[in-house]
Each structure stands twice: as C-alpha cells, then as structure tokens.
Design a protein around this ligand. Structure first.
Ligand code: ADP
Ligand code: MG
Length: 208
C-alpha cells in the first residue's frame, strides 16, 4: 500500500471535520485538567494547513511532512504546538531516507513519536498524547506485514485503548501535573485529539 501526497487535502479535511465534531468534548477535557485551549490551538493549526493543502499535495512526503510540522509549530501555540510540530518535522526527516510503503511509514511514524518523547521529556504512562501515539506506533510496527485493513483496525484499536488508558493515570508532565490526584478520572485532551486524528486518517485510507 502506497499513498500519494495528492491525498493530503482529503486527510486534512477528514481530520479537521473530526476534531471540529468533537471540539466541545475535547475542550471540556482540557478544562477539567488543563486550561481549555487545546482544541482552539489545534483548529488554528489545521486551518493554516488547509490553506496550504494544494501546495502540500504537490510536494514529496518528506517536504510535505516538514512543512506541516513547521506550520503547526508557528501557528498552534501551547505545549501541543511544539509537540505535534516536532512529530511531523521528524517524520519529514525520516521520510528523506525511507519509502512511504507500509513498513516505511511505520519507521517514519516511529521517528516522529520518538521526537515527541524527546521534546516532551515524556514517555508512556504520563497521561499525555504519547499514551495514544506510542501504542499506535507499536501496533503499526508490529503488524506492518499484515493485510492493510487488519493493520488499520489494529492501529485504531491501539490508539483508542491508549487514549482511554489516560483516564485513570496521574499526570507527571504538562499542566495536568499540577493537579496531582485530582487529574485522575479525566482523559487527557492531547491523547484524545491524537486518537481522533489517527482514526480519521485510517478511515480515509480504509474507504479509498
Ligand atoms: P497547553 O498545555 O500549553 O495549554 P495544549 O492545551 O494545546 O497546550 O496541549 C495540552 C496537551 O499537550 C496535553 O493534553 C498533553 O497531551 C500534551 N502535553 C503537554 N505536555 C506534554 C509533554 N511534556 N509531553 C507530551 N505531551 C504533552
Ligand atoms: Mg491547554
């Protein structure tokens, strides 16, 4: 399975629709244990990307990922702006030396997730977007050789379960870490938006 950058406008639209449809829920999550701005930050970044979607669809994957990352860094703000930005910039760097077939994308995504870990000084179990991203990357890397639809289902399931796992965690990074025990019982906003975006992309690929 190889996907061209011509599909970028379709992916961006699906992601933006999914985030917009769940905006109130994500805002409530970030209000409970953060400052409530996560969806606004993300939608600002996604709107900037939509304006670039024609240009992005003419680039190769490496250049497109890098531009996406730079745009998110410069428009989103918040902790998540630099983290989602780092994810895509690192994917762009890895894509310079890797093909965008399924196994190659698994390496590319892993490089992106590793950059988020480095930038956030965080790992699995700290109640952040990494609790979605790390399991999704593991599923992608472990199963890169199975049939495309099974692979997409496995990645979606890992992302969803990872997102849910943040509910009972204590936060040790980001604003939620100031709350101690009071953060328990709430899903992390960034874990939820990561999961929504991963599932939106997988759904577009499944339907194509
Ligand atoms: P801010 O916290 O600056 O208001 P956002 O609300 O846009 O930024 O993003 C918050 C999200 O960023 C959190 O829900 C969490 O998933 C993620 N996050 C915050 N700090 C870290 C970190 N150190 N490592 C990984 N993810 C983090
Ligand atoms: Mg916030």
């Amino acid at each position: 399975m190889t996907i061209s950058t011509q599909s970028i406008p379709l992916f961006l639209k699906a992601i933006k629709d999914e985030i917009a449809a769940n905006a109130d829920e994500v805002t409530a999550l970030d209000q409970a244990i953060g400052d409530g701005d996560h969806v606004t930050n993300l939608l600002r970044g996604l709107e900037a990307l939509e304006k670039q979607s024609a240009e992005l669809s003419e680039m190769d994957w490496s250049a497109a990922f890098m531009k996406i990352g730079m745009t998110l860094m410069s428009t989103m703000g918040g902790a998540s702006g630099s983290l989602y930005g780092s994810l895509f910039v690192a994917m762009g760097k890895e894509a310079q030396k890797t093909d965008m077939d399924t196994a190659g994308f698994a390496d590319i995504f892993d490089a992106g997730v590793t950059a988020v870990k480095t930038r956030g000084k965080a790992d699995l179990g700290e109640k952040t977007m990494l609790d979605t991203l790390i399991p999704a990357s593991r599923a992608l890397n472990e199963k890169a050789d199975i049939a495309a639809s099974d692979l997409l289902d496995a990645v979606k399931k890992a992302a969803y379960e990872g997102m849910l796992s943040t509910k009972d965690m204590l936060a040790t990074k980001g604003r939620a870490s100031f709350l101690g025990e009071r953060a328990r019982g709430h899903i992390d906003a960034g874990a939820r938006t990561s999961q929504l975006m991963i599932c939106a992309i997988a759904d577009v690929i499944e339907k194509s």
